[in-house]
Ligand binder design. Structure first.
Ligand SMILES: *Cc1c(COP(=O)(O)O)cnc(C)c1O
Length: 368
């Protein structure tokens, strides 16, 4: 079976981790942590990096750091992972959904302004599967309505809009370094910001809101979302090779695109002019004339030795939100199509040309 994703690890990670172990710096203090935070912030073009335990906790403290009054609305795409909605709800805010663009699968900016009300306080764009949202246009909309912007860049390490890296454009941005992301720390995440006050609040929220001047005295409830020096050591080694990782993803996408170009029954990932897509995972969307759905497509590919994964089910189709009276009777046709007609192919950083050929051949066989 050709796996959907495997991380690419080399001797460099082991060397840095061994250094942590040998020197005893295994908790959330140590030189790799600060080095990783600074290097990642710099890479993305932000001032401050606040490393946390995963991409979900990064979103949680990013929303919490905005200190919004309960009932504030935050706009996000309907097609995303639950972490986004979770962070909004946990902060006492209300998630307001917008459908995604049928070509890039990222937040449809034509539909955002219609959802802005007097209670809207922030927008959370998600750079889906590595294709950036049109951030210059989104920032204009946000500034016009005085809204904060939290970029979820978990899937888009190194992606660019107009030559600028994602994660360095919004007021805040969040990353995941889970094992299937473009660089990994095993489990891990980070929040970036160029705002000194937000950075201070984020550091406090990550670490139980201890007061720097009086340690066990609290005026706010925080969390323990700390990343360890061991994980940061892996992250730093990974970051030193990020350009190779991004190049590998782009090579994978170009190779699949060439092999699958003749299949008119498929919609393939694209890269709009002015953008750099990092193709986190290579997705296929079945056109309507294919007489089966993505579940059946995945079953047939598995029989041919190809592992796949379904795409996200829309936030408006989640029973857990319906129970809370959220998103009842809402419809987002693009999101619903992606969930039913889409899947992603093996896209890991260890993928070989022979594996891409075998996967492409299996796709042809299943669709012929
Ligand atoms: C992976 C991912 C997350 C969550 O990251 P974890 O580290 O798994 O918590 C958040 N948002 C998006 C878009 C993701 O792909």
């Amino acid at each position: 079976m050709i796996p959907v994703s495997e991380p690419l690890l080399t001797g460099a990670e082991a060397k840095y981790v061994a250094d942590c172990v040998q020197t005893g710096w295994v908790s959330s203090e140590g030189k790799y942590l600060a080095a990783f935070e600074q290097a990642w912030a710099k890479y993305c073009g932000a001032e401050h990096g606040i490393a946390v335990s995963n991409g979900t906790t990064a979103l949680q403290i990013a929303v919490a750091a905005l200190n919004l009054e309960p009932g504030s609305e935050i706009i996000l795409p309907s097609f995303t992972i639950i972490s986004c909605s979770l962070a909004i709800i946990e902060a006492g805010c209300i998630p307001v959904l917008v459908d995604v663009d049928p070509e890039t699968w990222a937040l449809d900016l034509d539909q955002v302004e219609a959802k802005i009300t007097s209670r809207t306080r922030a927008i959370m764009p998600v750079h889906m599967f590595g294709h950036p949202v049109d951030m210059p246009r989104l920032m204009k909309i946000a500034r016009k309505h005085n809204l904060s912007v939290i970029e979820d860049a978990a899937e888009a390490h190194g992606a660019e809009v107009d030559g600028r890296k994602v994660g360095g454009i919004g007021d805040l941005s969040t990353f995941s370094f889970y094992a299937n992301k473009i660089i990994t720390t095993g489990e891990g995440g980070m929040v970036l910001t160029s705002d000194d006050e937000l950075a201070k609040r984020l550091r406090s929220l990550r670490n139980l809101c201890f007061k720097p001047e009086r340690r066990f005295f609290h005026t706010e409830l925080g969390h323990n979302y700390r990343l360890t020096n061991l994980q940061a050591a892996i992250g730093l080694a990974q970051l030193e090779r990020i350009e190779d990782h991004v190049a590998k993803k782009r090579w994978m996408a170009a190779t699949y695109a060439e092999r699958l170009a003749d299949l008119k029954q498929l919609r393939l990932p694209i890269e709009l002019p002015g953008y750099k897509n990092v193709y986190w995972m290579y997705c296929l969307i079945l056109s309507d004339d294919v007489p089966f759905d993505a579940v059946e497509f995945a079953r047939r590919l598995a029989q041919a030795g190809v592992q796949t994964r379904p795409l996200f089910l829309g936030m408006h189709e989640q029973p857990v939100f319906h129970e809370r009276g959220l998103h009842l009777n809402e419809r987002y046709p693009v999101t619903e199509r992606l969930a039913r007609r889409g899947l992603y192919l093996p896209s890991g950083l260890t993928l070989t040309i022979d594996q891409i050929d075998a996967v492409s051949k299996a796709v042809h066989t299943v669709l012929s």
